[in-house]
Write a protein that binds this ligand. Structure first.
Ligand code: B1M
Length: 213
């Protein structure tokens, strides 16, 4: 594979070839390629490409699950390397996929990036009711609540979380970030949410910005 050409790796993820993914990730690491580049330019586009095929009705759920498993094999190699050697606690983030939403691949990448960058992450999982976000924020003295939604129909759960934080007396103390493919900065603004991040890397920037604000 030529330097910085992640096409073959992306294709291996897309086709669910986990052995090839492991081999190519190891090769890239041996070449000194940054683990973040391998993840964002190699692994993630593979799942995204498959997503397009799914959208076009060319593949079905089993192919997706096989592809995700292949991506996970690659992530297992990268995860230890993405953890900083000298990590300080930059803040506590409660993170979950909103009620009705079972997608967690993006959320898990956000978690990994936040943790790798010094945040403590309390992962409340998927299909999380608004009141659970608020309770976790209170119990963990969180600074930020981060919500992921991949479905247009689950986006309206996001303002419910903000309402639950208000009801728990936390709004103002706890800031919110929303993200996920259908979510936009405009949507975040429209629901009175302080933060928005388009991808897992910018989730770190956004969390850092909110901690500094
Ligand atoms: Co579903 N699904 N899915 N799915 N799925 C999508 C999202 C969809 C776009 C596919 C399509 O039809 N075109 C569509 C949603 C349409 C819409 O509403 N806009 C869809 C649908 C309809 C469904 C079901 C309803 C299908 C069905 O059963 N009929 C069903 C719903 C289940 C539910 O949640 N209740 C469903 C089920 C599934 C699987 C279980 C099979 C599987 C999920 C497995 C899992 O997550 N463990 C799945 C998958 C894999 C996808 C696609 C193919 C890929 C999603 C993904 O993981 N992308 C997706 C199609 C696509 O994306 N083109 C699709 C890779 C991931 C890295 O990207 O999650 O976007 P993403 O995360 C990004 C950013 O969005 C951002 O960072 C990440 C990158 O750095 N980000 C954040 C995400 N969360 C963030 C939070 C932040 C900040 C950034 O701060 C808090």
């Amino acid at each position: 594979m030529a330097a910085n050409d992640f096409t073959v790796l992306s294709k291996a993820v897309e086709t669910g070839d986990d052995k090839k993914v492991v081999e190519l990730v190891k090769q890239e690491l041996a070449k000194g390629t940054s683990p973040i580049d391998i993840m964002e330019k190699g692994l993630v586009p593979g799942v995204q490409a498959l997503g397009q095929l799914f959208k076009d009705g060319q593949v079905y759920l089993p192919e997706i699950l096989i592809s995700v498993r292949a991506m996970d094999r690659g992530m297992e190699l990268l995860k230890p390397l993405l953890k900083g050697k000298d990590i300080h606690n930059k803040g506590t983030v409660v993170l979950g996929s909103v009620e009705g939403d079972l997608h967690d691949i993006g959320k898990n990448l956000v978690k990994m990036m936040l943790e790798s960058n010094g945040f403590k992450v309390v992962d409340v999982g998927v299909d999380v009711p608004a009141t659970t976000f608020a309770k976790a924020a209170k119990d963990n003295n969180a600074n930020i609540v981060a919500m992921s939604s991949l479905l247009t129909i689950t986006m309206p759960e996001m303002p419910k979380v903000i309402e639950a934080l208000k009801a728990a007396g936390l709004k103002g103390k706890v800031k919110c970030i929303v993200g996920g493919a259908p979510v936009t900065r405009e949507y975040a603004n429209s629901i009175g949410c302080e933060g928005f991040a388009e991808d897992c890397a910018s989730a770190v920037d956004e969390a850092s910005r909110l901690m500094a604000a």
